[in-house]
Design a protein around this ligand. Structure first.
Ligand code: MN
Length: 241
């Protein structure tokens, strides 16, 4: 048996091929796993649990069918879908996890997260993150009409696109110090995350012990999947699962 991980699927009606591939993945490969972990940015935009634009209902129904069949599906918030809330969880049967969670993978403890909290050099983003994760500000945002929220989100996205274009490439990646500190704080030597869209397995030494950081890729072209079973782990694509 095995546990599957995906991240940064960025489901969006403009990318019908990705939506289809993900629904097929849920219906076929995921069905035979022990558990599925979705490490953030499943949806390209989620303006609240009443945000019923396509393909949201279809994806929630597919997740509900999967969880009803007995497969545990856990979802971490990404920087695009941090407003996934209780009603999404109830409707889909998924469990919403906190930002940083240690799970047991066949005897190996591993820390899982979206990965944006590791990009500490991107000070502007970290400030934005703090504001958007403030519970009161979220309540205020969610109290606006869906149309108003969509308007606000569009203007934030266009600003963010301009910012990203101006940022040096290395600012968008994780910092080694943040990774080390995170592993020490949680007392583990395995870290799994997404967000940077730079799939890789990084082996290094931390305080004299071997450590591993696995980075999942996105689904724009890579349909990146991590498979973890008793024998170990493989980072590949759907076809390799
Ligand atoms: Mn992200």
């Amino acid at each position: 048996m095995r546990t599957l991980f995906v991240s940064d699927v960025h489901l969006n009606s403009a990318r019908a091929g990705i939506v289809k591939a993900f629904l097929e993945f849920l219906d076929q490969k995921a069905r035979h796993a022990d558990a599925l972990f979705i490490l953030g940015d499943l949806f390209d935009e989620w303006l609240g649990d009443d945000d019923d634009k396509a393909p949201h209902p279809e994806v929630c129904d597919a997740l509900a069918a999967l969880t009803a069949s007995g497969l545990p599906v856990s979802v971490v918030h990404g920087n695009h879908d941090f407003l996934l809330g209780k009603r999404f969880a109830a409707r889909s049967g998924c469990t919403l996890l906190g930002d940083h969670t240690v799970i047991d993978l066949y005897g190996t403890p591993a820390l899982i997260m979206h990965g944006d909290t590791l990009c500490t050099r991107d000070v502007k983003y970290q400030t934005f993150r703090k504001v958007t994760r403030n519970v009161l500000l979220q309540k205020l945002f969610l109290s606006m009409s869906l149309a108003k929220r969509a308007e606000r989100a569009a203007s934030i996205r266009s600003q963010s696109k301009q910012d990203v274009a101006l940022k040096p490439d290395d600012i968008m990646d994780v910092t080694a110090e943040a990774v080390d500190a995170m592993l020490r704080r949680h007392g583990v030597r395995h870290l799994i995350h997404g967000h940077t869209h730079r799939p890789a397995i990084h082996d290094f030494v931390l305080d004299g012990e071997r450590a591993t950081r696995i980075v999942l890729g996105d689904w724009y072209e890579q349909d990146s999947v991590l498979v973890w079973d008793q024998a170990g782990y493989r980072l590949g694509r759907i076809a390799d699962v």
